[in-house]
Ligand binder design. Structure first.
Ligand SMILES: Nc1ncnc2c1ncn2[C@@H]1O[C@H](COP(=O)(O)OP(=O)(O)OP(=O)(O)O)[C@@H](O)[C@H]1O
Ligand SMILES: [Mg+2]
Length: 291
């Protein structure tokens, strides 16, 4: 089927992929060649013992982009995110952020998980500014950062509350505020809204897009929701359920500002959502008949 949204097929990712020689080149050579890209993966594979979680993944994500990762459970989405976060090292290949090879976590990248493990013994403000405290930021800076971040996520004035006093949606907002407090270049979200109700989830999606408008962060958002992937992403990487790490890319063509709720019923939204649905159903139907 002709697809006006789909841009590239498969992991080889022309024209973004690199040659074998480039993939094997020393990291500093590649660093120099991609200054404008925020995130770059070149032929990244990750194996856990003898289990290959992702194989030969290459892509680039530009500054200020939001890319949705969509795909069946176990296809390697979180593994790729963890490589970019610096939590795990590729078994082979290279990963870069801002042109520097990723070797460990860093303040330039923040991670928002499905269930944000807030520290229950710290106030909301204490949670948000925990990383600032760790690096020795003065109390005045921490107080103003907490105030600004709470304002940004729509929770002004609750800095002195404790996490147990908040709803699930409010806790997710605090998790987001905590991620934003370090002013990261990259925000990595792993099913960030999976645990909240539909209304809150839609509100949070819109808030993240508004925040991205203000902060110009680069965002990767992993989700199992096709609607969420289309609403949030400027591009979607649809990962294969059969070959770990293999993905197809789709460009989302929706009017700006992207956070407008009307975009959820825009013809392009509905058309792409339907196409992804059929594609994913086709993949999983095919999988069930395999021996
Ligand atoms: N620490 C680990 N040790 C061994 N295998 C792992 C580990 N983490 C992940 N895996 C395996 O690697 C593969 C990819 O896992 P990953 O968590 O990246 O998938 P995912 O796409 O994020 O799935 P989900 O949508 O369910 O979160 C899976 O087969 C999983 O069982
Ligand atoms: Mg996962």
């Amino acid at each position: 089927m002709l697809n006006r949204f789909k841009t590239r097929h498969g992991w080889t990712g022309e024209p973004w992929g690199v040659s074998e020689a480039a993939a094997n080149a020393p990291p500093q050579d590649q660093t120099a060649s991609v200054p404008e890209k925020m995130i770059q993966l070149d032929s990244v594979s990750v194996a856990y013992d003898d289990k290959v979680a992702v194989s030969d993944v290459s892509f680039r994500i530009g500054k200020n982009e939001i890319v949705s990762f969509l795909g069946a459970s176990g296809c390697g989405k979180s593994t790729i995110l963890n490589v970019i976060a610096g939590f795990i090292q590729p078994t082979s290949g290279y990963a870069f952020v801002s042109g520097k090879q990723i070797t460990s976590p860093g303040p330039d990248r923040a991670v928002v998980f499905q269930s944000n493990a807030l520290f229950n013994w710290l106030t909301v403000a204490g949670n948000i500014t925990y990383s600032l405290k760790c690096r020795g930021a003065p109390a005045s800076e921490r107080a103003s950062t907490a105030r600004d971040m709470l304002q940004l996520v729509g929770l002004a004035g609750i800095g002195e509350k404790y996490p147990y006093q908040l709803s699930g949606g409010m806790r997710q907002r605090v998790g987001l505020a905590r991620a934003l407090a370090a002013k990261p270049d990259v925000i990595l979200m792993d099913e960030p809204f999976a645990a909240v109700d539909v209304q809150t989830r839609e509100t949070l999606q819109e808030e993240v897009l508004k925040i991205q408008d203000k902060t110009n962060s680069t965002i990767i958002c992993i989700t199992h929701s096709i609607d969420e992937a289309v609403f949030m992403g400027s591009r979607i990487f649809l990962f294969s359920s059969k070959e770990p790490g293999r993905h197809e890319e789709y460009v989302v063509d929706l009017p700006s500002p992207r956070w407008k709720p009307e975009n959820r019923i825009h013809p392009n939204f509905l058309s792409l959502r339907n196409e992804l649905y059929l594609k994913m159903r086709g993949d999983s139907a095919h999988e069930t008949v395999l021996p």
